[in-house]
Design a protein. Structure first.
Length: 220
């Protein structure tokens, strides 16, 4: 029998709330848009659907089991995007947190059906030589989940066509900070596009950056 005592994961629930409250101030999302989840012993904790983040309390955070089913006695309904959170945790055992948001520049590129190519070496922060674009699918669907899982099979972040972005991490801090970095890169790339054709780094150059990143800094 699954133990769903809220006190067991209270610190994680508070982390979810703390990061959700930073959506607006960070520029990642406005209003009630975006969602956050973190893996826990019973499955994963995720923000509820349609609630003002400033009003969240720990019991508003929804516990979903590994198969996506709500644990017994949840006070709220999970975010409508729970499908791709669930699918990503199943596909990526190396990640423990997911941030999905609709920041301005990532969304502008996604609505133009553009990925973020190797215009700057920091693109490698997402784990490869680009930040891919997942094809469009209706929000909250299994189809969107499949597209996100494919786009993130070898990356830590992606754009979602006509929608927004996703960032993954070992923990909520790393996922949230990566989301902010991706939005900064998206803003820079939008400015580059105004100047004309973007000049891109080669695969060899990006491979060198990726190799350097493997032992650089204190990325958590």
């Amino acid at each position: 029998m699954t133990n769903t005592n809220m006190n067991d994961d209270l610190p994680l629930r508070q982390q979810v709330i703390d990061h959700a409250l930073q959506f607006a101030s960070s520029g990642l999302s406005v209003g009630k848009s975006g969602n956050i989840s973190v893996r826990c012993a019973q499955g994963f904790l995720i923000t509820p659907t349609g609630m003002d983040y400033s009003a969240l309390t720990p019991d508003d955070i929804v516990l979903l089991l590994p198969d996506g089913e709500p644990a017994p006695d949840q006070a709220r309904q999970a975010s409508s995007e729970w499908h791709f959170h669930c699918g990503l945790y199943q596909a990526r055992t190396d990640i423990n947190a997911i941030v999905h948001a609709h920041p301005t520049y990532c969304t502008a590129l996604a609505c133009s059906e553009k990925n973020i190519p190797a215009f700057h070496y920091m693109v490698a922060v997402a784990g490869g030589n680009d930040i891919p674009l997942a094809p469009y699918a209706l929000f909250g669907t299994e189809e969107l989940s499949r597209h996100a899982i494919n786009a993130l099979s070898e990356r830590q972040a992606c754009l979602l066509a006509h929608h927004g972005m996703i960032a993954l991490g070992n923990n909520l801090n790393s996922a949230f900070n990566l989301a902010i970095e991706i939005e900064s890169l998206a803003k820079q790339y939008c400015e580059v596009l105004k100047l004309g054709n973007a000049k891109l780094l080669s695969k060899q150059q990006m491979d060198e950056v990726i190799a350097r990143f493997a032992n650089y800094g204190q990325r958590t």
